[in-house]
Design a protein around this ligand. Structure first.
Ligand SMILES: C[S@@+](CC[C@H](N)C(=O)[O-])C[C@H]1O[C@@H](n2cnc3c(N)ncnc32)[C@H](O)[C@@H]1O
Ligand SMILES: *[C@@H]1O[C@H](CO)[C@@H](O)[C@H](O)[C@H]1NC(C)=O
Ligand SMILES: *[C@@H]1O[C@H](CO)[C@@H](O)[C@H](O)[C@H]1NC(C)=O
Length: 305
């Protein structure tokens, strides 16, 4: 195969966010006429890029040679700072206004169609009442807590009761898509009856919050983690405590931790569950190294200091 053929095979080089890591500042090296530049040193660089690109393209796996340091660094950059911080007393009002049309979602709750389906007692959680919550709430005395990964609200209602006991005026912002996950119905035998494909998890969470008398101290952002944290960032909602407990594979944990850190108030504490998971542990340590944090453990939880 000559170079002309190889050029034919390459995908259009100008697509942004390409999976095939060519250098972002080098525009379309493949459109240069390779034969005419063959005698110049630059030609070897271009040739190398083309070969590396083709190698990655053909092998469908790691385009090792074409992945430059700056491509890799891109994975570590979560730029654009968040908005100026709102006063903590405006956090709930802002979310009610931006997400819930200025109406408490607990007004006239539960809706008639869901009423007979919700369970009186279903507050399953994972390590949701461990001492770490009390330790950190006593230490930080947070006005705002952001929780990434809430499920049925077990940890959120636990935090609300600790804050109440300490006499704190704390607002807990719960982020979850409240839909379960692929395979959810096989794993959670106690799940609710589906209503037209809806898991009703959001309503069960809301019912649990109501039963815990915590509707004034908890408000949810029922979206995917990245979208919800992006909203908080845009509105200037920062957490004095930010907890990460969503998906535990490396890439999810890495992105969640980075997004969560953006809405951590300076001097606040970022922590999360399930340090025992490989993906979580790796993400936590890479993040700590890049930002100069120490990783401390409290039971199953990691804490950054
Ligand atoms: C381990 S559970 C949270 C448990 C809760 N913190 C407790 O202690 O009771 C994880 C939750 O994260 C949610 N989750 C996972 N990935 C998510 C994402 N990308 N966006 C929104 N929610 C997500 C799942 O829906 C699930 O409810
Ligand atoms: C928002 O509230 C207003 C008045 O309170 C109401 O007229 C409107 O229909 C509501 N919008 C939605 C999307 O519920
Ligand atoms: C919630 O409030 C009711 C009425 O004041 C009370 O009977 C109940 O014990 C409270 N529940 C919790 C979990 O605090």
């Amino acid at each position: 195969m000559n170079l002309e053929d190889r050029e034919q095979q390459l995908p259009p080089p100008t697509q942004g966010g390409s999976l095939h890591h060519h250098h972002p500042r080098r525009k379309n090296p493949y459109q240069k006429r390779l034969e005419t530049t063959a005698s110049k040193p630059r030609a070897y660089v271009i040739l190398l890029l083309v070969l590396a690109f083709a190698l990655g393209y053909l092998s469908h796996s790691h385009p090792l040679l074409s992945s430059t340091a700056s491509d890799v660094l891109e994975h570590n950059s979560f730029p654009a700072p968040c908005a100026e911080p709102l006063p903590p007393s405006d956090v709930r009002r802002t979310i009610l206004s931006r997400v819930f049309n200025n109406t408490s979602p607990w007004q006239s709750f539960p809706p008639l169609h869901a009423r007979p389906l919700l369970l009186k007692e279903w507050t399953k959680g994972w390590g949701s009442q461990m001492p770490v919550f009390e330790h950190l709430i006593e230490q930080v005395r947070p006005r705002t807590i952001v929780e990434v990964g809430t499920f049925l609200g077990a940890s959120a209602t636990h935090m609300a009761s600790i804050a109440k006991k300490l006499g704190l005026e704390t607002q807990i912002v719960c982020i979850d898509d409240f839909r379960g996950w692929p395979g959810y119905y096989d794993e959670e035998k106690k799940s609710l009856k589906m209503v037209n494909g809806d898991s009703l998890l959001l309503y069960q969470f809301m019912q649990n919050v109501a039963r815990a008398n915590a509707t004034e101290n908890i408000i949810m952002m029922p979206f995917s983690a990245g979208t919800a944290l992006g909203g908080l960032c845009d509105w200037g909602v920062y957490g004095d405590l930010v907890e990460v407990d969503a998906a535990h594979d490396f890439h999810s944990a890495w992105v969640d931790i980075n997004h969560a850190f953006k809405v951590l108030r300076p001097g606040g504490v970022l922590f999360g569950h399930d340090y025992a998971w490989d993906g979580v542990r790796k993400a936590v340590h890479i993040f700590a190294r890049l930002h100069g944090f120490q990783v401390k453990l409290d039971g199953e939880h990691w804490i950054l200091y």
